[in-house]
Design a protein around this ligand. Structure first.
Ligand code: ZN
Length: 385
């Protein structure tokens, strides 16, 4: 039975039935190709590889010449957990009580289905798209994100593809369609402070040096002063200590080392580099340079902001026209592939209601799929307007 690309519910059901848990393609991108090619899209499906990570299938499709407006998303999904706990099978695409069940229903096969339907409706009966449109679809958003959007963008750019703006369909709404569009994301930086000591007998402390004593000034250095007060579009940056390691397990041994692990979610007042310098300065002041070791995890997540402008207005106006509400423009939550896209064109995120993402019984209101399809259709028209 062939699927009507104008019907977001049918497309979402078919996508959910593809078992595409990261990094498996599961037939989801083949299905998208089979829907987009007859709509006049030229479709490429590059697979990317890197040492130590699984190969990942990706899809790029374009219709029309020149700077394209990009509809972006991922077909991979997180694992289901215990399938027996689901009301409807996680790959069933079953509808019950007006809701479509399945892994990826909101994160984010549902939104991809709405993108396909919006485009198919614009082309229906000999219609035309308001300008060149591209689909940028990865299979590696929920995984290490090495062989996904970052490489797909590089690949497309090297082929001469250029973009005017991007709408990424991650689930952004906390309660109802129209709540929130995301116009940026905080950066993320993780690090470890290691405090050296000299291990010894607890009854002979003069023969040892206890590094646990240095945890107190180290904690004060990391947590004592706020990193900033926030900015117009961002909450204050936040450092959380997520781990404290020391001790041998014995009550009669002074440990030879202590360590603190921390993660910072930071706003646009910082870069990863400036934040590393700031943290080192504070630790130098508290502990003395050379009295500790500081190591940072590799970070590919800087903070970014798409300043309110034509793209943000195009999407906000489309949301308001269909839901009667202007979305709040926020930058909260975790990172997303928008962190890679922002280097190529302005990017905004708007998708379904995220309440059940990654949960057992992930599901979406069938009515929301229709509304989001209309929002995406209007956003496309506005973006070229
Ligand atoms: Zn997602």
């Amino acid at each position: 039975m062939s699927i009507d690309p104008r019907d977001p519910v049918a497309v979402a059901q078919a996508l959910i039935r593809c078992e595409s848990v990261t990094p498996a393609e599961g037939g989801a991108q083949a299905l998208l190709e089979s829907l987009l090619a007859p709509l006049g899209f030229e479709v490429w499906r590059p697979t990317f590889s890197d040492e130590g990570t699984p190969d990942v299938a990706n899809l790029y499709a374009r219709r029309g010449e020149g700077e394209a407006f990009v509809l972006a998303g991922h077909t991979d999904v997180v694992p289901t957990g215990d399938e027996a706990r689901w009301t409807e099978g996680p790959f069933s695409g079953a509808i019950a009580g007006g809701e479509l069940y399945g892994r990826g229903a909101v994160d984010m096969k549902g939104a991809i289905a709405c993108m396909v339907a919006a485009v198919a409706r614009a082309l229906d009966g000999g219609g035309e798209l308001p300008g060149p449109v591209a689909f940028l679809i990865t299979g590696d958003e929920e995984g290490p994100a090495i062989n996904g959007t970052a490489k797909l963008l590089e690949w497309a750019h090297a082929r001469g593809e250029r973009f005017s703006g991007c709408l990424l369909g991650e689930p952004t709404n906390p309660e109802a369609l129209g709540d929130v569009a995301k116009i940026g994301r905080r950066g993320s930086l993780s690090g470890t402070v290691t405090l050296p000591g000299v291990q010894g007998h607890v009854a002979y402390p003069h023969l040892a040096r206890n590094p646990v004593r240095e945890l107190a000034p180290a904690l004060t250095a990391l947590l004592g002063e706020p990193l900033d007060e926030g900015t117009e579009h961002f909450e204050p940056s936040n450092l959380e200590v997520v781990g404290v390691r020391s001790g041998t397990g014995a009550f009669n041994v002074i440990p030879g080392e202590a360590a603190l692990q921390f993660n910072v979610r930071f706003n646009d007042l910082h870069t990863a580099d400036s934040l590393m310098a700031l943290i080192r300065d504070r630790l130098d002041d508290a502990l003395g340079a050379g009295a500790y070791a500081l190591a940072f995890e590799p970070s590919n997540a800087d903070a970014f902001l798409t300043a309110p402008g034509p793209l943000v207005e195009a999407v906000s106006a489309a949301i308001e026209a269909e839901t009667g509400r202007r979305p709040a423009l926020t930058t909260g939550g975790g990172t997303s592939d928008a962190r890679f896209i922002k280097s190529y064109c302005p990017v905004i995120e708007f998708g379904l209601v995220g309440q059940t993402m990654h949960q057992t019984d992930e599901r979406v209101a069938v009515a929301d799929l229709e509304t989001l399809t209309r929002i995406y259709g209007r956003a496309l028209a506005n973006a070229f307007g």
